[in-house]
Design a protein. Sequence first.
Lengths: 281, 258
Amino acid sequence: MTSVTETAAVRSRPRAGFSLSGFERLIVPALVIAGWELFARSGYLPVSLLPAPSAVLHALADWVIGLDETTQSYSGHWHRDALASALRVFAGFGLASVVGILAGVGIGWSRLIEKGLEPTLQMLRPIPPVSWIPLAIIWFGIADKPAIFLVFLGAFFPVLMNAIHGAKTVDRNLVRAGAMMGASQRQLLTSIVFPAALPSIFAGLRIAIGSAWMLTVTAEMVAVKSGLGYVLWDSYYFLRYDIVIAAMISIGLLGYLSDLGIKAIMGRVLRWQLGMTVQGN
Amino acid sequence: MAAIELRNIVKTFSDPKRGRELLTLDHIDLDIEANDFVCLLGPSGCGKSTLLNIVAGFEHPTSGVARVDGRIIDRPGSDRGVVFQQPTLMPWLTVIDNVAFHLRLKGVPKHERRARAREFIELVGLTGFEHHHPSELSGGMNQRVGIARALLMNPRVILMDEPFAALDAQTKLEMQEELVAIWQRHRCTIIFVTHSVDEALVLGNKIVIMTRRPGRIRDCVDFDMPRPRDITSPAFNDTKRHVLRLIREESTRIVHVS
């Protein structure tokens, strides 16, 4: 009898700890929002300059499900704008991941590829992706392509740098062990260097997804006529700061969700790391 | 013909910081017969690991020739199984996939390679841990996986670079006994690098004593004491005394020179 109670007590402990920390997490955001609401309603600043959280929420709700058309032509069209941005992010990010991983692992593994490719890439790297906007527009026009191009540039270098690092820091003895077991050069690359570089590659992918959202929004402000960034910039022209903030929240939320997605994939692929790092506990 | 022949092996490493060459191995001549259990005994930094790496094909001699079964060694290969000082397992693979890695490289179908791997996992006493990752096992268990992985390739030669150095005394004794049992059953040639006189005498039937850097072969002692060896017996201690004297002469000689 006692043993049953004990087991139950042991089992419930971590859950209690989790709900407590979940509650603690909400304290700071709740205080910030409450303070903002009070400040906005105090009349210290004109309502049009600093919309209250309630107004932002209203605009966001109307934009998402179409309540009373406070967001005018955007009312009920959030999914269309979000989808437009998300598709650009994933096209550019996907392209950057594939090219970045291939080039990075190649550079990290082979001296020849390193000598051939690295100086050029390292010279392109310090150029801010945003400064490519003029060329992107004259090359690709005003549409999806320049945005995807910019997203690619922003996501490519974090993936590349981390893939290079991952491939370069592979334990030399693992490669020796592979050679001892009769692996060809190609097998060493695919069966040892690539999996060993994966933790580093995922670190790069997580940085890259953040850059990807940043650049999609930037591109949409200048070179595209749709998406969350376009709504944000367009609302700024019409002095609708509630919609501007609603757009900012949407971008933050989608960026956060994409990072969670990558983290979930990472958790599955790098399951072997569980118990190796503090994070694994 | 000896299973492994080392002829006039010289190895120098360049030391770019000081702009000179460092002589690590100085004219090593050694013949190892098939099914010998050879222990390379020497102080740290004497080049015994370098010599092992040359036989493994990881390093190339600056001059001289190394042959296994008459063929010149120019690269690593699955005819020479290596057990590293650290287990050196693929951390992303489970025990069974680590042991079967050689078969995966050869394209053997999954069920077949897993069946083969199970045999060797049983041999090193790890049945029940097939689906654990290396990070979930102790150092001694991982080292057993490393041994199983080397044995599965059915190599002519097994090269071991202080594989038990990181283990506690008790685990080390167990592993040494198991290794001897495996060697007796499998009939393969083993080169085992160690800096411990006791370990060399427990394991080897041929003890090769190396000098301090630059590494030379000081002496070879044949030791055919029957197994299991009683490490407190007079016969064991006589040989131990002899080996220790050879080592001591070596170190006093260095002191006189310097």
